[in-house]
Design a protein around this ligand. Structure first.
Ligand SMILES: Nc1ncnc2c1ncn2[C@@H]1O[C@H](COP(=O)(O)OP(=O)(O)OP(=O)(O)O)[C@@H](O)[C@H]1O
Length: 274
C-alpha cells in the first residue's frame, strides 16, 4: 500500500446522529476550570461547525489542553457544558464519547504492546469486531509509515512514532469528531503531510477535526477555521481567513495576543569558551 494512500473507507466517518440543522459538531459553552487560584479556562464558548478543520491556537498556558480535555470528557469542568453533535458529554458520556476520537496531550497507554496490538486493542475497546479492527489497524499502520516497526514495542518508539500510533488509536473506530492535541508535534514533515491529507479527506466526507497547534503556518494552510485562546478565553474565532484578516496568521496572532512590552537583555548569554 502506498504510504500516502488515504482513500480507504476506513477513514470515512459515520454519519453524525440525527440532530436539528446547524447544530455544531462540538459546542463548548461557558466552560470554566480553575486549578487552585489559577483560572485556566474562563467561561469559554467555542462552536465548531460540522465538516470543519478547526485550529485552536494560543500562547503557552492559554488553556488549550484544559479546554480540549473538558471537551472530550477527560477533565470535569467547574462550569459550563459541552455538546458533541447535540449530545451532552457530561450528561450522556457513553453516547457522546462514541462520537469522539481523541489524541490527548502526553497520553499514557499500554505501551508495552506492538503498534498493531495497541491499535487493535483500541478498536476492540470501541466495540469493533476483531476482523474489522485488524484490517483497519493494518491499513492505518501502513498509511502512517509504522508497519515497518513490526513487533517493536510502542514504549521503544520515537516520540513522533508514538504520536502517530496514538493518532491511529483515535481514528480506528472512524468517529464523527476528532479532537487532536498537537497532532503534528515531533512528527516528520512527510508524515505530517500524510496526516493532513488523511484528515482533509475525513473532513471532506463530513467528519470534523479539532486540532491544537503552535505552528501558525500549518494552521493557516490546513485549517478552515481557527480560535485564538488567551488567558482561558476566546479572543477571536471564525474562518481562518476572517481571523487572519488579510495577514499572516503569525502576525495576526502576535497582534491579538500581544508581545511582551519589554525584553530583558540576557547579556550573560554568550558562548564562554570563545
Ligand atoms: N493539572 C493542573 N494543575 C495545576 N495547574 C494546571 C493543570 N493543568 C493546567 N494547569 C494550568 O492551567 C493553565 C492552562 O494550561 P493548559 O495546559 O491548558 O495550557 P495550553 O494552552 O495547553 O499550554 P501549552 O501551549 O503550553 O500546551 C496553565 O497556567 C497551567 O499551568
Amino acid at each position: 500500500m502506498s504510504s500516502t494512500d488515504t482513500s480507504s473507507s476506513v477513514f470515512r466517518p459515520p454519519s453524525a446522529p440525527d440532530a436539528p440543522g446547524n447544530v455544531p459538531a462540538l459546542l463548548c459553552q461557558d466552560l470554566s476550570k480553575a486549578f487552585g487560584q489559577k483560572i485556566a479556562v474562563n467561561t469559554l464558548t467555542m462552536a465548531v461547525p460540522t465538516g470543519s478543520i478547526y485550529g485552536v491556537v494560543g500562547p503557552n498556558g492559554a488553556g488549550k489542553t484544559t479546554t480540549l480535555s473538558m471537551a472530550t470528557g477527560l477533565l470535569v469542568p467547574d462550569g459550563g457544558r459541552v455538546l458533541v453533535h447535540g449530545i451532552d458529554v457530561w450528561a450522556e458520556p457513553a453516547r457522546a464519547k462514541a462520537q469522539l476520537g481523541v489524541l490527548p496531550d502526553g497520553l499514557r497507554t499500554f505501551d508495552r504492546l506492538s503498534g498493531l496490538d495497541l491499535v487493535t486493542y483500541a478498536g476492540l475497546l470501541r466495540g469493533l469486531d476483531r476482523e474489522t479492527v485488524i484490517e483497519r489497524a493494518t491499513q492505518l499502520l501502513h498509511v502512517l509509515g509504522l508497519w515497518e516497526a513490526g513487533t517493536t514495542l510502542v514504549t521503544d518508539y520515537s516520540a513522533g512514532m508514538r504520536k502517530k500510533v496514538h493518532l491511529a488509536c483515535a481514528l480506528v473506530h472512524s468517529p464523527a469528531v476528532l479532537v487532536l492535541d498537537e497532532p503534528f508535534e515531533a512528527v516528520d514533515p512527510v508524515s505530517a503531510q500524510t496526516i493532513q491529507a488523511l484528515l482533509t479527506d475525513f473532513a471532506a466526507s463530513g467528519g470534523t477535526v479539532v486540532i491544537s497547534s503552535h505552528v501558525m503556518a500549518t494552521v493557516q494552510r490546513f485549517c478552515t477555521h481557527v480560535a485564538v485562546i488567551h488567558n482561558g478565553r476566546v479572543l477571536a474565532a471564525g474562518t481562518t481567513g476572517e481571523v487572519a484578516a488579510g495577514m499572516d496568521l503569525d502576525t495576526r496572532f502576535a497582534q491579538l495576543v500581544g508581545a511582551p512590552a519589554t525584553r530583558e537583555e540576557l547579556s550573560w548569554l554568550r558562548p564562554s569558551s570563545v
